[in-house]
Design a protein around this ligand. Structure first.
Ligand code: AMP
Length: 310
């Protein structure tokens, strides 16, 4: 089955303690598609300006990403400039230039409207809502967001929550959205407003998936060097949704596996700038890292109860 993504298609300029990159391929839909395309077919919706280096998006098209929903509009492309200091979990936004995104009206091509899996990647919540109005009863709709939209479009974001099955966001965003400092309470606050599941990502400290009755935790892959954390969240979402769309199985066990695929794709994204590492991956490399994840958390059960001799 296929997954439909709407989100930003950007030119990113990034500084990390390890180097800098100017105007490289970025955006939430771009990272998502690069990751998910290893697992399933992806339909992408977004907008670029006339100044966008379209030939660079060819790398995604040749991975089978259907770009019929990526419009070129008059004006300049979305640009984001960010900096990471030694705490690589926190991105400092230096500049957000919406460009063609300020007048964008997503048009979902007819052939995409029946996509069973829909991911509303980080973008203006009004655009996320307008996509939902154009699709036909998907099996699963998930959304993401970030501080920029929590500050500037809070009412629309809260409205969106009433229409999605799952939300992914990082711990700082969850605290900002809910005004709860405890992430278990923050997850409950979000679920009270609609989504049956919430995934709260904690960067190098892993990710929690909450339902009303269960909590699942996956560590982040312990990489020796994280080069550029940009796109980790979107690549996580691509791995997560890609696995669900590939298997078509929405059981709790399979959603847990999807979290591991999400963590796997997020861990690859941060090894290089932009989507470079995601583009060079092959199936065997992905499978090997999934197996390493299994090893990371496997232990023999049962454990002796406290007080019993071991
Ligand atoms: P993340 O996975 O959270 O690291 O997302 C990184 C991507 O988000 C970058 O490639 C940026 O181009 C994109 N981005 C940054 N700010 C925004 C925004 N306000 N709306 C949509 N996308 C954004």
């Amino acid at each position: 089955m296929s997954v439909l993504v709407v989100g930003s298609v950007a030119l990113d300029s990034i500084e990390t303690p390890f180097g800098r990159a100017e105007e490289v391929l970025g955006g939430s839909a771009t990272y998502f598609s690069a990751a998910a395309s290893h697992l399933t077919t992806v339909s992408m919706v977004g907008v670029v300006g006339e100044d966008y280096p379209m030939q660079k998006l060819e790398a995604l098209a040749s991975r089978g990403v259907d770009m019929a929903g990526v419009q070129t509009a008059r004006g300049s492309s979305f640009r984001w400039r960010g900096r990471y200091q030694h705490d690589l979990n926190t991105a400092h936004t230096l500049e957000t230039h919406l460009g063609v995104f300020s007048h964008f009206k997503p048009q979902i091509p007819g052939q995409f409207r029946r996509s069973p899996f829909v991911f509303l990647a980080n973008i203006d919540p009004r655009l996320q809502l307008s996509v939902l109005a154009q699709v036909e009863r998907p099996r699963l709709v998930a959304c993401d967001t970030m501080n920029f939209w929590i500050e500037s479009r809070r009412p629309e974001l809260l409205e969106l929550l009433g229409h999605v099955d799952l939300m992914t966001l990082n711990d700082a965003e969850a605290r900002q959205l809910t005004e709860e400092s405890n992430i278990v309470k923050a997850a409950r606050w979000i679920m009270d407003r609609g989504p049956a599941r919430v995934i709260i990502k904690k960067g190098e400290h892993g990710a929690f998936m909450f339902t009303r009755d269960t909590i699942f935790f996956a560590p982040a892959f312990p990489l020796e060097s994280v080069f550029d954390p940009t796109g980790a969240g979107d690549s996580f979402a691509g791995g997560f949704m890609g696995h669900l769309a590939r298997t078509g199985d929405l059981s709790d066990d399979n959603l847990r596996r999807a979290v591991i695929y999400g963590s796997t794709m997020g861990s690859f994204a941060v090894e290089r700038f932009s989507i470079e590492r995601l583009l060079e991956l092959d199936q065997a490399t992905i499978d090997a890292r999934v197996r390493e994840f299994q090893q990371l958390v496997a232990f023999d059960a049962p454990m002796a109860a406290v007080g019993e001799p071991t």
